[in-house]
Every structure is written in structure tokens, then in C-alpha cells.
Design a protein around this ligand. Structure first.
Ligand SMILES: Nc1ncnc2c1ncn2[C@@H]1O[C@H](COP(=O)(O)OP(=O)(O)OP(=O)(O)O)[C@@H](O)[C@H]1O
Length: 375
């Protein structure tokens, strides 16, 4: 049985084009319609700040604060969450020097943003992700890591610790300091973190692939075959300690090469996510724009289902302009699929009639110049 996690209240202060906004919601889906530039995506971005990281635009926090405001911003949400009802407040104060946002849970300062994951998981799909299959591998790695993060909150910390250790190694090598014990120590640390990262990614992809395999249908949303490549390909099996030894060995062997290159050439930071369209048996990057979009939608919805199955709680989904290029039949199927995940989804569009097939399954909101009206 999947429980619905839903926002029952959302309040914004000086968030992008919202000076003050307060919204009361029920657990149904939320459809936001309005003209271009009205503030639909901004509202979704505010909801994305209820998860760790920099939100769906990967914004610099100072840019989020309303241009004519005092320099700070806040987002407050009441969430019927995974544990209980929780009040979540986040933002930055105008006077704060820090670039990190503050996070308050039920009135108490949280230690880390990872604590958010105890209450809700937020996943999103935005038009900015349309180039995922054709863009640089760093985009796919980030996408992959967000998928892992929504199942394994420790993944983010592991990745940032790995980055830090790697920068330390690069610096030592570039300065020609091959002090054995020092470099050995950093490489052992990189090996432990790097293998843990690779295994977490592989495990998530295994679970997701199995779920996709079980739900292959011919409803117009293609299925993705997902493969990890670029780091210990085909070797990520057996005890983790053996894999760590193998990776530490590769790092030690590669010191001269990496010193010359000025960076570490072997590691999970070089992985790529290879995606194929199963029904067409074709690499995603060679599929048409429409096929790529459908593939991405299918992938996000399958992942949402996986999160729901594994945690027992459906994630909150932010689907920006998801129905834009679909005919009415496809749209109705899409809404059924979204609804079947069992959670609350936020969807945007310019035209309300595009969402007619949702009927009473959604609450409809009109957005105009940073203000919201129901209906
Ligand atoms: N920090 C900020 N302060 C004030 N306004 C901002 C800030 N950041 C962005 N905006 C404005 O917010 C407006 C709404 O943007 P948003 O992306 O939410 O529009 P939208 O309703 O999703 O439109 P579209 O249908 O075109 O995607 C834009 O006009 C943008 O210039």
C-alpha cells in the first residue's frame, strides 16, 4: 500500500516573482496554469527546495530572492509527510553571508538538509532536461545521482567527500608531491567512497531496470534500458573490499599520467549513463525529439514508482510543461500513469483545457504576476 505524501500549505516570501503568497491545498494533484512568465515554474522551484540541493533550476540562492526585495527569501510548507505532519521552513536571511540555506523542521533548526528525506522525496521533470540524452555526460551523471539520492540520502555526502579527496590528490600530484603515505591515504579514501558511489548507482539502476521490465506496455510511453559505463565496466561484482583494492591499484598506477593530465582520469566522476529506447532498440540520443521526451517521462515515472514501492510513500512530483506536446489521448494516458503512482503531482501548462482529463483528481490554480487564485 502506497501512502500519499502531500503539501497542505505553501507560503512564499520574496521568492522570485512572489512577494507574499499563501496557498492551502488538499492531497489531490495541483495544476498550475497561466501566461508565460506568470510564476508557474517558480512555484515548482519553491517546492523543489523541500529536497536537498539547489532546486530544479540549480540556482544560486541569491538569484532566488525577489529582485525588488530585501535580499532574503523563505519557503514554508506544511507537509502530510512520511512520518507525520511536518512544518518545513527554508530560505536565506537578507543579512546572511552564508551561501547555504537554512532549514527548520517543526520549529527546530535541522543539522543537515538530508533530514528532509525522512519526510518527503521530491522528483521533477522540466523542459531544461530535454537535452539530457544529447548533452554532456556530466548532466546524465547528475541526473543519475539525483535518482540515487532519492532512495539513498547518504549518496550526496559520499559524492561530495569523494570530490574533496580527489581535489586533494590532484593538488598533491600537480605539485609533484608523491609522498607515498600521504597519496596512498587519499587514494584509499577515494577508493572506499568511489566504490560505494558506483555500487549505489548500480544497485539503483538494477532495481529501476527490473521495474521497467515488469511494466513494459504499449501505451505510447517507451521503456528505457539503462547501463552504467566508464568506470570499472563489467567489474562491479564481488566483495566491495576487493573492488576498493582494484580501484586503489588503478589510482596508484595512474599517478604519472594523472599528474600530466592535471586531473584524475579514472573514477566514478567519469561514469556515464547509457540509455536505449527498448521498443525501437536504439540509443536514446538517436531518437526523435518527441521520442526522447516520451522516454524521459517514462523514466521519471518509473523511478517515482520505484521510490513509492521501496519507501511505501509516493514522492511529490513536479512536472513542468509535461503535457505540452502530447495529443489528447496521450495526455489522458499520461495522467492515468501519474495518478497510479499514488502521490501528489504538480503540473504546469499555459492552457487549462489541456488538463481536462484529470477532472476531479486535481485542484486547478491560476497563476498571474506572482499571485495565485483557485479555479
Ligand atoms: N529573483 C527574481 N525576482 C523577481 N522576479 C524573478 C526573479 N527570478 C525570476 N523572476 C521572474 O519570474 C517570472 C516568472 O517565471 P516562471 O519561470 O515561473 O514563469 P512560468 O509561469 O513558468 O512561465 P513559462 O510558461 O514561460 O514557463 C519571470 O518573468 C522571471 O523574470
Amino acid at each position: 500500500m502506497t501512502h500519499t505524501v502531500s503539501l497542505s500549505r505553501l507560503m512564499l516570501t520574496d521568492f522570485r516573482n512572489y512577494a507574499q503568497m499563501s496557498l492551502t491545498l488538499d492531497a489531490r494533484h495541483v495544476v498550475l496554469t497561466g501566461e508565460n512568465g506568470a510564476g508557474k515554474t517558480n512555484l515548482m522551484e519553491a517546492v523543489s527546495f523541500l529536497s536537498p540541493g539547489r532546486g530544479l533550476r540549480r540556482a544560486v540562492l541569491a538569484d532566488v530572492a525577489r529582485a525588488d526585495g530585501a535580499g532574503g527569501f523563505s519557503v514554508f510548507a506544511e507537509v502530510e509527510g512520511m512520518e507525520d505532519t511536518v512544518g518545513i521552513g527554508t530560505g536565506i536571511d537578507a543579512s546572511e553571508e552564508s551561501t547555504a540555506r537554512r532549514l527548520v523542521l517543526n520549529g527546530t533548526q535541522a543539522r543537515t538538509v538530508d533530514e528532509l528525506t525522512d519526510h518527503l522525496r521530491v522528483l521533477w521533470l522540466t523542459p531544461a532536461m530535454d537535452g539530457l540524452f544529447t548533452g554532456p555526460s556530466s548532466d546524465r551523471r547528475r541526473f543519475l545521482d539525483r535518482l540515487v539520492l532519492s532512495l539513498d540520502p547518504a549518496h550526496g555526502r559520499r559524492a561530495s567527500d569523494f570530490e574533496r579527496a580527489m581535489r586533494g590528490r590532484n593538488k598533491l600530484l600537480s605539485e609533484g608531491r608523491f609522498d607515498r603515505t600521504w597519496v596512498d591515504g587519499i587514494e584509499r579514501q577515494m577508493a572506499a567512497l568511489g566504490i560505494a558511489m558506483a555500487l549505489a548507482r548500480q544497485e539503483m539502476l538494477g532495481l529501476l531496470s527490473r521495474l521497467i521490465g515488469e511494466q513494459i506496455t504499449d501505451d505510447g510511453f517507451p521503456s528505457a534500458q539503462l547501463t552504467l559505463s566508464g568506470f570499472l565496466d563489467g567489474e562491479l561484482e564481488g566483495p566491495a573490499i576487493d573492488l576498493e583494492d582494484r580501484y586503489a591499484g588503478l589510482l596508484a598506477e595512474g599517478r604519472n599520467r594523472d599528474a600530466a593530465a592535471g586531473r584524475t582520469l579514472e573514477g566514478p566522476h567519469r561514469s556515464d549513463l547509457l540509455i536505449r529506447h527498448i521498443e525501437k532498440d536504439m540509443e536514446a540520443e538517436r531518437c526523435s525529439t518527441g521520442e526522447q521526451k516520451a522516454l524521459l517521462v517514462g523514466l521519471i515515472l518509473a523511478h517515482a514508482k520505484l521510490v513509492a514501492n521501496l519507501t511505501g510513500h509516493a514522492p511529490v512530483l513536479l512536472l513542468d510543461e509535461i503535457a505540452a506536446h502530447l495529443d489528447s489521448g496521450r495526455r489522458a494516458l499520461l495522467f492515468d500513469r501519474i495518478d497510479a503512482i499514488g502521490g501528489q503531482s504538480f503540473m504546469t501548462g499555459t492552457d487549462r483545457s489541456m488538463f481536462d482529463a484529470l477532472g476531479s483528481r486535481a485542484q486547478f490554480l491560476t497563476v498571474s504576476h506572482g499571485a495565485i487564485t483557485m479555479g
